[in-house]
Design a protein around this ligand. Structure first.
Ligand code: CP
Length: 317
């Protein structure tokens, strides 16, 4: 297995099965720290730099919380408009990370341009974690989701998945790459204008992913163990910021997981994941049903970021 020490986490493509399992083992070892709301001293001499060029609640703060739980330090920016990358100078990724690498030991970057963290990794002498790049990937979110499935169901192999939402989304790309390493058939349900591209489908076939597509969640929900939902009413992920203006519309029933649908059609022991934020695709009355696991997923978001940071900075092997 390749070492995680000093490694960039940019994509789940070509991430090996034993690497997933190793991260999950490390996450399990660290889980008791945030569970008991303690901070350790494992990374007391290290600093995490956050470079967020697009809004975030969970990804940035979960990485920051993870670093605090590991006893490390945090610096960075949550709004690139307040940096030289976001003003008159439009400072390049290269010039920016050539500065940031002196301010800390690992950088987590979110960017509206697909491939921006990869560009940063080309120039930085410290590891880069991709916190979501345009429509590209969101590897730490899907590592969190797979870990949540493992913790909630006791296994990953042999479970059937349903993924609902916009298949252009970075989470969907990382999910599909991630599941290539497991025995997990998956059905994708998306609006026609948000479906998997022919190029991506060809790539997934090359990686032997067992997948199919359906038009309506009602057609498949009875047969799945894991339901992962993302919005279909959402902003443009290629923009640095997309404000809401006017009526944005409602989610059609095809892409919505309601309490009634779960109660009448879902397996009683299926679990429902949503990386959040949500619109109306998972109504709030689903929160207190036995299917919902998104709050556990949120907790695991901190655990998983602890595991990733601890591994790449050498606090865990
Ligand atoms: N799940 C997720 O990426 O959320 P944020 O956009 O709030 O980081």
């Amino acid at each position: 297995m390749r070492s995680f020490l000093g490694r960039d986490i940019l994509s789940l493509k070509d991430f090996e099965r034993n690497e997933f399992m190793h991260i999950f083992e490390v996450a399990r070892e660290l889980e008791s720290i945030p569970r008991s709301r303690r901070n350790s001293t494992m990374l007391a001499d290290k600093t995490l730099v956050t470079a967020f060029y697009q809004p975030s609640t969970r990804t940035r703060l979960a990485h920051e919380a993870a670093m605090h739980r590991l006893g490390g330090h945090v610096t960075g920016f949550a709004d690139a408009k307040m940096t030289r990358a976001g003003d008159f100078y439009q400072e390049s990724i290269k010039d920016t990370v050539k500065m940031l690498e002196f301010y800390g030991d690992v950088i987590v970057m979110r960017h509206f341009q697909q491939g921006a963290p990869h560009e940063a990794a080309k120039w930085a002498s410290i590891p880069i974690i991709n916190g979501g790049d345009g429509w590209g990937e969101h590897p730490t979110q899907i590592l969190t989701d797979l870990y949540t499935v493992l913790r909630e169901k006791g296994r990953i192999d042999g479970l059937k998945w349903l993924a609902v939402g916009d298949m252009r989304m970075r989470t969907m790309h990382s999910l599909a790459y991630g599941l290539t390493q497991f025995d997990c058939p998956i059905t994708f349900v998306a609006p026609p204008d948000m479906s998997l591209t022919p190029e991506f489908k060809a790539e997934l076939k090359e990686y032997s992913l067992d997948f199919k597509e359906a038009e309506h969640v009602e057609q498949v929900i009875h047969d799945v163990d894991v339901i992962l939902v993302e919005p279909v009413v959402q902003p443009d992920y290629t923009k640095s910021r997309d404000e809401r203006s006017g009526n944005v519309g409602l989610t059609p029933a095809n892409y919505k997981i309601t309490r009634q649908l779960l109660e009448t059609k879902a397996k009683p022991d299926a679990i429902l994941l949503h990386s959040l934020p949500r619109m109306d695709e998972v109504p709030v009355d689903v929160d207190i049903t036995r299917w919902s696991r998104y709050w556990q997923e949120a907790f695991n978001g901190v655990v998983m970021r602890m595991a990733i940071i601890a591994l790449i900075l050498g606090a865990m092997e």
